[in-house]
Design a protein around this ligand. Sequence first.
Ligand code: SF4
Ligand code: SF4
Length: 422
Amino acid sequence: MKELKELKKIEKYVDQCMKCGFCTYFCPVYQEERVETSVARGKNYLVKLALKGEQEFTDELGKILSKCLLCKRCVVNCPAKSQIDRVVVGARAQMVNEKGLGAIKNFVFRKVMADRKRFTRYLKLAKAFQWLLPRTEGNIRHLPDFLKALGAGRNIPELAKTFLRDMVKPAYRPEGVKEPVMRVGFFMGCATDFIYPEIGLKLIDFLVKRNVEVIVPKEQNCCGAAIYFSGDFQTGRLLADMNADAFRDVDLIVTACATCSSTLKEYEKYLPESEDQRKRYEDFSKKVKDSMEFIIDVLKVDPKELKVREEFKGKTVTWHDPCHLVRYQDIKDQPRNILKNLEGIKYVEMPNADLCCGMGGSFSVYYYDLSKKIAKKKTEGIKATGADVVVTACPGCMINLIDNLLHNKMPQRVYHILELVE
Ligand code: SF4
Ligand code: SF4
């Protein structure tokens, strides 16, 4: 066994659990599987044994650790304030130290995603061949049988005709003002860059019209969520350093992706190897704002000023809370504030709006059928609202919600909240 470097870092969190079992009520994975290894308490116990040298880093343990959405429902409801997200991610990092990343992740994370130019080239190539995937409807296609390892029949949106980074200027200065109110960096994120460029353009436009200067550094890379939450801290650190460098000269950093904003805010929690690096990530993370908190809390936009776009007038709209927004960043009132004040739509609160949609990053790739079972509760909640439109603030959730609504033959359409606003 190698040195338990990553486990030692999380020892104090492992000791927090008092085995009360309260988390069994809240864990979406446990609610489906009803086995102890699915829930925070069971995972924590195994990591505790590993710390004592009584549990090997076997493939079975790797599988147990991977079966967690990192949704943090157990964390926010734990009476002992046990931070199971830290325990799971730290133990995954130890697993990578012990057994390596595996050939596929090694190639995808370190050879492709770590190099934005190469990543973009590969996706342009994929775009040229996406016509091979059968079309479900509109710009949604689905995976054929030979790709069933990625989720049999999974519906996925097409890659955008033009990627966002090929459309944006390096800087946007508001017209007709001497001094912008602020200078912010726009962080794109992968899904907005490659699938939903219109969300990025919308946010830039929204900010510039409110006298904010927007800088779009081309050197920015993926936030690293899929990478460092899988335990690849080495590549996570590389991306964190690239992003900290790219945004060193702005007042604040704004993104329209809840997963990106929470991931950028957590660099300091997982990745630093020295005090200097910790300070650097901390300074970077302090500047990060999700678009919802930036618009309402920083810019102090009065939601009553906002107008709904013509095509949404008369629609019933409901809101899905992304885990990375509601539990990682405690942002829940800001989007509701906007939706409740938009004249021309009817806002209906969804039952269990904060339930995970079942995506969980690579969780839905490894455990697609389980992910769909978890999403069933979400689609039932959507159905109960009678809504025409589901809005959220995470492109990852949008992709998963679209897939599950289509599987359940439901007519609702999914949008980013910024898309609703004129
Ligand atoms: S993780 Fe929290 S809720 Fe779950 S058993 Fe431990 S102390 Fe109880
Ligand atoms: S983070 Fe979510 S999926 Fe993971 S153990 Fe906690 S409640 Fe279950």
